[in-house]
Design a protein. Structure first.
Length: 317
């Protein structure tokens, strides 16, 4: 017995090769498939409960009393699968005795079984375990498995990877995540999370030349000793350092990506900073318009260099 399946769009060449292999296994010689194609004794169509048998039968291109052909197998699988009602279509060829009225039809005979497997739908997603400080809803969202959506076994591995990535960014780099499913048409998905030991911040430093504001800036950061190493919070802190320096007049400040060194479960965080000079603007002859209004109108964007061309463009505005 051999079978031909289609569970996702396949290239016609691959499908044709699979059909040819099915013919060969059913009794055709590899060197002369056309001459030794088996005869079809019967066709059996198996559908999930509730499906329209008459409508589906009209999509089957394989007929009893005819020779089995690659094109007929290919059309049958494509027609049934492309309707979007089945997750997989399996075709099997089983050796069968010739019918009583098969006089003169020499060669092997087969019974063709066409089985359309039902779509699987996620009925519920249960989160088991978790990680302190991480919102369970965020873990559910990261899994990407929503009730009511279609289910594929391959989606479990991807869900595990997404949840592990989220946990690692929140400080749980040793987390273990296992996703499993039960049920046939209505699928219950369990996502088990074992957080493991978290990575905590042991020290935070502004390196380079952060200027006199360094202590004040550090005190306002979310990343601080004793806290979980939250990479999203650290990214926000880098932006905050830049904004604090810019707001204090260090408009040429450069803040580089943070450097994190993890030893065991402790992370030392360094944020390279070059504060640069403090730049202020003085306006003369503006008796009608306050200096603060004019400074806003300069339109100097945070993070962009305040060099002569930028200042010239700002003055034009």
């Amino acid at each position: 017995m051999e079978r031909l399946t289609r569970s996702r769009p396949a290239a016609p060449a691959r499908l044709a090769l699979a059909a040819a292999a099915l013919l060969a296994a059913a009794g055709a010689r590899p060197d002369d498939v056309d001459a030794a194609r088996p005869w079809v004794a019967a066709v059996e169509l198996r559908l999930p409960p509730g499906e329209d048998l008459a409508a589906a039968t009209g999509l089957v291109a394989v007929a009893a009393g005819e020779r089995l052909s690659v094109h007929a197998l290919e059309r049958t699988v494509q027609r049934l699968y492309q309707g979007g009602r089945f997750r997989n279509v399996v075709v099997r060829a089983v050796p069968a005795p010739p019918p009583r009225d098969a006089a003169g039809a020499g060669g092997p005979w087969v019974r063709v079984v066409v089985e359309a497997l039902p779509l699987r739908t996620i009925s519920e997603v249960r989160l088991q375990g978790g990680a302190p400080g991480v919102d369970p809803q965020a873990l559910q969202a990261a899994a990407g498995l929503a009730p009511g959506s279609s289910f594929e076994e391959s989606g479990l591995d991807a869900a595990e990877a997404r949840v592990r990535t989220l946990l690692a960014r929140r400080g749980y780099r040793a987390a273990k995540v296992t996703a499993s499913a039960s049920g046939d048409r209505q699928v219950l998905v369990d996502v088990d999370v074992a957080a493991g030991a978290p990575v905590r911040v042991s020290a935070v430093r502004l390196t380079g030349d952060p200027g006199a504001l360094a202590p004040t800036i550090l005190s306002g950061l979310a990343t601080r000793p004793g806290q979980l190493l939250d990479e999203d919070a650290l990214a926000a802190d880098v932006k905050k350092v830049r904004a604090e320096l810019y707001g204090a007049g260090h408009r040429r400040a450069r803040v580089s990506p943070p450097e994190v060194r993890v030893e065991r479960s402790a992370a030392a965080v360094e944020i390279p900073v070059e504060a640069g000079p403090r730049i202020s603007f003085m306006f003369r002859g503006n008796s009608e318009v306050p200096s603060a209004v004019l400074e806003r109108e300069l339109g100097l964007e945070e993070g962009l260099p305040v060099d002569p061309p930028a200042i010239g463009a700002a003055a034009d505005r």
